[in-house]
Write a protein that binds this ligand. Structure first.
Ligand SMILES: [Zn+2]
Length: 169
């Protein structure tokens, strides 16, 4: 694969980190999140989690994937977050304009047709944001691996206004 005329983004990242590290001073943060909260959200490039939620470096854990869906791997991370690193609350944030609203399970069949291998994971596509938020909350509450499920709240983030709308569980 050839580099674009501006050069590879990966090269720019390496250079940016050199500048970052040159000015870096150890903030002395604990690994345990200060605000004891984990945020599960989509990988979407338009969601600035700390800015949108008023969180700072060291405050929270963030688990992101396509759609912000509650997969086994999100449960794995949350179990470690709660049991080993002291978080007590979970915030689930889905968003308007999510790519998972337009993709379908056909994606999995396409991958299988192209690669000759059947993905072990499901696409986790969804059609309704509010339903998906409710399902996510229910999956978390039902998990036998999460000891703290009293403070789990779900929201839809509007990428055009920056506003969070809570979805009643
Ligand atoms: Zn998304």
């Amino acid at each position: 694969m050839s580099a674009s005329p501006e050069g590879r983004v990966t090269d720019a990242i390496v250079e940016a980190n050199a500048r970052y590290a040159a000015a870096f001073t150890d903030p002395g943060l604990e690994a345990r999140p200060a605000r004891k909260v984990a945020v599960v959200t989509c990988m979407d490039a338009r969601i600035d989690v700390p800015a949108a939620l008023g969180l700072a470096l060291g405050d929270h854990h963030t688990m992101r994937n396509a759609g912000g869906v509650i997969t086994d791997d999100v449960i794995r991370s949350l179990a470690i977050s709660q049991r080993a690193l002291g978080t007590r609350s979970v915030v689930v944030v889905h968003h308007t304009g999510c790519g998972m609203l337009t993709i379908t399970e056909d994606f999995r069949h396409e991958l299988q047709a192209e690669s000759g291998q059947r993905p072990s994971w499901s696409v986790e596509a969804f059609k309704d944001l509010d339903d998906e938020v409710r399902q996510s909350i229910n999956r978390l509450r039902r998990s036998p691996f999460l000891p703290y499920t009293d403070d789990i709240r779900g929201f839809v983030f509007d990428v055009a206004t920056g506003r969070l709308r809570e979805v009643a569980a």
